[in-house]
Design a binder for this molecule. Sequence first.
Ligand code: FAD
Length: 400
Amino acid sequence: MSAQHEAGAATIHRVVILGAGYAGLSAAIQLASRVGPGENVRVTLVNAQERFTERLRLHMTASGQRLAELSIPELLEGTGAHFERGWVTAVDVNAKTVRIDDERVLPYDTLVYALGGVADTAAVPGVEDHAYTLNSAQDAEVLADRLSRLGRGTVVVVGSGLTGVESAAEIAERHPELNVVLLGRSEPGAAMNPKARAYVRAALDRLKVEVRSGAEVVKVLPGTVEVAGGESVAADAVLWTSGTRVSPLASAAGLTVDEHGRIVTDAALRSVSHPEVYAVGDAAAIRQGYGVMHGTCQSGMPTGVHAALSILRELKGKRPKPFRFGYYHTPVSLGRHDAVVQFTHPDDSPRRLHLTGRVAVRYKETVTAAPWPTWGRMKKMPASGVFWPRGGRFTRVREA
Ligand SMILES: Cc1cc2nc3c(=O)[nH]c(=O)nc-3n(C[C@H](O)[C@H](O)[C@H](O)COP(=O)(O)OP(=O)(O)OC[C@H]3O[C@@H](n4cnc5c(N)ncnc54)[C@H](O)[C@@H]3O)c2cc1C
C-alpha cells in the first residue's frame, strides 16, 4: 500500500471510513489515536448524522424513552480524525472516491466500509408501505409517536429474534393499554438453553405479550398482517424486525458481496476483490472457523479495531494479521426491570450458564452503555481497545 496524495513535501495517506456506528467509530478512534504527527495519515469519518445512533437502545426510543445526546464530532475531538456529515450515495472503486449527498466527492487511498445493516423490509410485500422499523433513530421516533396516540389497540411485532423480543417486551411494559402480539417463525429465545428460553417466555407472558411462533408472515396490509395458511392478524401498528438487509452501495460498486449483499472479506478484513477496501461490522461477511459471523455490536467493535491495526501494519510494510473473534454472551432486555444474559461458546451456541432478573438487568445495562466510555479510553490509551475473546480452538483454523 503506498501513500498517494502530495501535500507539500509530505505524502498523505487518506483513510476514509464510511459509517459511524459501533464498528466505524471503533476503526476511526483506534486509527486516529495511534497515528503519530510524523505518519501523514488523514482519517475522515463519514456519517449521515452528527448524533451517534445507539442502535442497541432503539426499542427504548420506539416505546417513548429519551436517549442521551451523543455527538460524534465531540467524541472525535483530540484524535485528529475529521468528521464529514452526509449520506454516502456511491463508491467508485476504480477512481477510489466516494460520493456524498450526490454532490461532494471524497478521494481515498484506503476505504473502511462500515455502513451497517437494517431490517429487511423488501422480503415481504406491504412491509415498506405499512410497517414501522427500528432502522434509524428517526424511524423509532415515528413509531413512538404512533404508539403514544393509539390508545387501546394492537401492535404486532414481526420477528421473534432478539430485536423482536426486546421490542415487544419494552412496548408492552411502557404501554400496558396496548395488546402486543409477537409473531415469528421460531420460539422467542430459540438459540438459548432451555431454562433461559423458558425464562424469556415467562417474562413475555407476565408482560401479557401474546406470542405466536411458527408463523410465516406473507403480506402486510393496512390494519392486517397475513400469515401463511390464510390466517390474518388485526394490527393498528406493525413493527418489522425480521431479516437483515445491507446498503446496495457495495454491490453497485462492484465489490464482491455474499447473497445478503455484505462485502466478502479475507482473513484480515479486506475485500477479497478490492484489498484497499476494508469491511467491518454488520456490512461485512467475515468467515471464522465456525462459519460466517452474524452482525452484533460485540463483534462489530473488534472488527473496527482490527481494521485500524491492519491499516497501520500495511502502512509500515507489514502483513496484516488474521482477525479472530469468539462470541461470549447474548444479553437480552425484557423491559426495564428484567433481562436474560445467555453466555455462549465462541461459535455463539449457548452454554448452560445464564443470568436472569436484576443481575441480568445490571449486566445488560453495563454492556449497552460500554461503547462510549470504551472509545473515550481508547482515545487516551489505544491499546485498551485490543482486548476481545479470540475464540480459542473455534477460530484457530486458517491463515491470512
Ligand atoms: C433494537 C436493537 C437492539 C440490539 N441489541 C443488540 C445487543 O444487545 N447486542 C448486540 O451485540 N447487538 C445488538 N443489536 C445489533 C447491533 O445494533 C448491530 O449489530 C450494530 O449496530 C452493528 O454495528 P455497525 O457499526 O456495523 O452498524 P451501525 O451501528 O448500524 O452503524 C452504521 C452507521 O452507518 C450509517 N449509514 C448507513 N448508511 C449510510 C449512508 N449511505 N451514508 C451515511 N451513513 C450511513 C448509519 O446511520 C449508522 O450510523 C441490536 C440492534 C437493534 C436494532
